[in-house]
Design a binder for this molecule. Structure first.
Ligand code: HEM
Length: 419
């Protein structure tokens, strides 16, 4: 029997309110307070183990120790994930479904995404030159909606783009919200699912033709472990798992704009022809700014790690934000310093803005390359291909509200294309 020791434990009945109050820093604050990467608390009426750091992430991604099914709170499933989505599956069923996602992430698919993204940014810039002011976060939602639909294989009528963009945005803006904004997210998801169910049915009966390499085609015809087509509701949920997060890149685009404004000397290093500097800048945006706070799983079977007992079924949270700001991994983590990535060894567990571990076998974000490429193109436009002013506005952002977005949503004026 391995020797065990007690997990540092937070006193009190339930700390869900503190989680809401402290947001992204809830776990990090306590890891610092306990001087421990693991601690126990009470959240959502149950005992929960929280952990952070590279070692903890590696354990969290060990499938023999944790499962995802039943772990995510219902409010997240009903807005962000969708019922029966890949995030909630385990083992062979998960791998089968994940393979469907990874099948649309080939180098050719990513090149097509780049071409579409450039075209959409170019069209947006032409439009912006005629506008008095542009709210970058909102415009980025529209750009990414267009990118998402075209890349996934469907054409959306011009008059429907705004509504679609708003609905997709509502699904990720509402995940941590309570009250009307949460209901709005649920309503938006229902509308989206209904729309997509019709399209998938039309594809299956041959009424709607979509190219074979696209998300719409591949997901509509994907078969499960028994060789059966997925039910249409599930296909709709999974197509939203592509469209929604592509639109969520608009959050990162707002932060790219903010980083260019706040760190002009770093932005000046980024040149259109230099992919490496752009990559480093983008990696630092993903590390530095808050986006995904934490991941949740449940202990599969009792186990002991580093002397701590993890009892079966215990809710466990992995600190995403805190791991990306962990001083044991990152020198001066609160400094925006893209060059830190020059010597970065690419650890799959120390840098986890979109999860860690393996893409095909585990739950790591299927869209990490999509995100990075869309962000790089956005950076190129914002840093190299246009002139603009950033008038006085509230550029602060919260480490409590989720997702965190610059308060003014980043207003740009006097936009002119660089010749
Ligand atoms: C906007 C920036 C994005 C962020 C911050 C983000 C973050 C994440 C995180 C933290 C996870 C959970 C990892 C885990 O559970 O271990 C995840 C999963 C996932 N993401 Fe992303 N993501 C983003 C963009 C995308 C994009 C663009 C796509 C698709 C094109 C995508 C598709 C997915 C899918 C399908 C999963 C579930 C993977 C699984 O459970 O196996 N994400 N993402």
């Amino acid at each position: 029997m391995a020797e065990t020791k007690p997990i540092p434990k937070e006193d009190g009945m339930d700390h869900s309110l503190n989680l809401l109050r402290e947001g992204y820093t809830f776990i990090l604050n306590r890891r610092r307070g306990f001087n421990s990467d693991v601690f126990e608390t009470h959240l959502l009426g149950q005992k929960a183990i929280c952990m952070g750091g590279a070692e903890a992430a590696e354990v969290f991604y060990d499938e023999s120790k944790f499962i995802r099914s039943g772990a995510a709170p219902q409010r997240v499933v009903k807005t962000l994930f969708g019922q029966g989505g890949v995030q909630t599956l385990d083992d062979a069923e998960h791998r089968n479904r994940k393979q469907m996602f990874m099948s649309v992430m080939s180098p050719q698919d990513i090149q097509r995404l780049r071409d579409i993204s450039k075209k959409q940014w170019d069209m947006a810039l032409t439009k912006w030159e005629q506008m008095e002011k542009v709210v970058l976060y909102e415009e980025a939602q529209e750009i990414t909606t267009r990118i998402a639909c075209e890349w996934a294989g469907i054409l959306v009528a011009e008059q429907d783009v705004k509504t679609l963009s708003k609905d997709l945005t509502a699904t990720f803006e509402s995940a941590a919200a309570v009250g009307p904004s949460h209901w709005q997210g649920k309503h938006a998801r229902n509308q989206l699912e209904k729309w997509l169910i019709v399209l998938v049915n039309e594809i299956r009966v041959g009424k709607l033709k979509v190219p074979e390499h696209t998300v719409f085609y591949k997901f509509s015809w994907h078969t499960d472990l028994n060789g059966d087509l997925l039910d249409v509701e599930t296909v709709a949920v999974e197509i939203i798992n592509i469209l929604r997060p592509i639109v969520a890149i608009s959050v990162y685009i707002a932060f790219v704009g903010l980083a260019i404004h706040h760190f002009p000397e770093e932005a000046a290093k980024v040149k259109s022809s230099d992919d490496e500097t752009a990559q480093r800048f983008i990696q630092e945006v993903r590390r530095y700014y808050p986006f995904f706070p934490a991941l949740v799983a449940q202990v599969r079977e009792d186990f002991v790690w580093n002397g701590y007992e993890f009892p079966k079924d215990t809710l466990t949270l992995l600190d995403v934000y805190g791991t990306n700001h962990d001083p044991k991994i990152w020198n001066e983590p609160d400094l925006f310093y893209p060059d830190r990535f020059i010597d970065w060894k690419g650890s799959p567990f120390g840098f986890i803005p979109q999860g860690g571990g393996d893409y095909d076998m585990g739950h790591r974000c299927a869209g990490e390359w999509v995100t990075i490429e869309v962000m790089k193109i956005s950076l190129d436009y914002l840093a190299n291909r246009m002139n603009y002013d950033v008038p006085g506005q509230d550029l602060s952002f919260s480490v409590v509200s989720m997702p965190s977005i610059p308060n003014s949503k980043l207003i740009l004026t006097n936009i002119k294309r660089k010749m």
